[in-house]
Design a protein around this ligand. Structure first.
Ligand code: SAM
Length: 289
């Protein structure tokens, strides 16, 4: 059964009782449309952006907006899984962007490792401090009861077993090295529902590990449609792609490798303390996301 949203997007209605607009799901092809008027968000976008002011993290305003809109598409009583929560910036956006009956799982070991640019090795004190700030942010945003923290590495069986049933939205922003990024996309991505489920990946087309994992698993995929990106935040939608669609899907992702090359050069310049030279690329010397 299909219906038109106020912005003209074609919506697919699944077993939705009359009046339950929240059960309308947008199909993969409509993903770049603005959210429909019957938005499922528990809190408006502007209020959500205010709620993350002052919360440290690497999610830009444009990326937070994309994440909020994606969370809007999660059906009533759905499930969101976030890998890599840090101090709760993206967790807040995902939770406030979705309906209040959507369950949100935050997977993070809080070991202080694989935490930010050039912060790979473990630092327990740093991890404990992050977790305290995460817990505080959940309380401040009124999300303590909605968000279930799974304090595990995403690859641990205890983490995978901590979520049962299909995932409607998966957000990957955990360890950015190749092997864990690949495993997150493969193992958790497989659990996203196949009919329009969403996967968003931060630092795609920016970090070497995440980009290589995306190239290997997503560029030629018959399942993951590349929807678009804001900076390094890439969005995918689960569907079934024909051979022809796969070719154009691969081409659209390959076209983003220019951004990857640019970000790589910018990072090398910053690491070599030559940040001012990033102006050549129209950049301001900050770490690119
Ligand atoms: C880039 S930060 C996440 C930022 C967060 N998404 C935000 O927008 O505020 C990376 C986080 O991933 C966590 N992490 C590191 N290794 C992980 C793993 N194997 N599984 C899940 N999370 C991991 C770190 O503890 C850190 O909090």
């Amino acid at each position: 059964m299909y219906a038109k949203s106020p912005n003209g997007a074609v919506l697919e209605q699944r077993n939705a009782p009359a009046g339950r607009q929240r059960d309308l799901r947008i199909s993969c092809s409509d993903m770049e449309s603005p959210p429909h008027a019957d938005s499922a968000a528990s809190v408006p976008l502007t209020t959500t952006l205010e709620a993350i002011e002052g919360v440290e993290g690497w999610l830009t305003r444009a990326q937070a907006t994309r994440l909020w809109r994606a969370a809007n598409q999660v059906p009533a009583a759905g499930q969101i899984v976030e890998i890599g929560s840090f101090r709760g910036r993206s967790t807040t956006v995902l939770s406030l962007g979705s309906s209040s009956d959507v369950r949100v799982f935050a997977v993070d070991p809080f070991l202080g490792s694989d935490r930010g640019p050039q912060e790979i090795s473990e630092d327990r004190d740093r991890g404990e401090a992050d977790m305290a700030l995460f817990t505080g942010q959940m309380a401040r945003a009124g999300l303590s009861d909605r968000v279930t923290l799974i304090r595990q590495r995403s690859g641990a069986m205890a983490a995978l077993d901590g979520v049962t049933g299909r995932i409607d939205l998966l957000y990957i922003d955990g360890a950015h090295r190749y092997a864990p990024a690949r495993d997150d996309i493969a193992r958790w991505g497989d659990r996203v529902r196949s009919d329009g489920g969403l996967m968003l990946i931060h630092d795609a087309f920016s970090s070497i590990g995440v980009t290589l994992a995306s190239m290997r698993l997503l560029f030629a995929s018959s399942r993951w449609l590349y929807v678009g990106r804001d900076g390094s935040l890439a969005q995918y939608c689960a569907t079934t792609l024909s051979h022809r669609q796969r070719a154009s899907n691969a081409a659209r992702q390959t076209a983003q490798l220019g951004l990857f090359a640019r970000n790589l050069v910018i990072k090398l310049l910053i690491t070599a303390k030559l940040g001012r030279l990033t102006r050549v690329f129209g950049h301001d010397g900050s770490w690119p996301y």
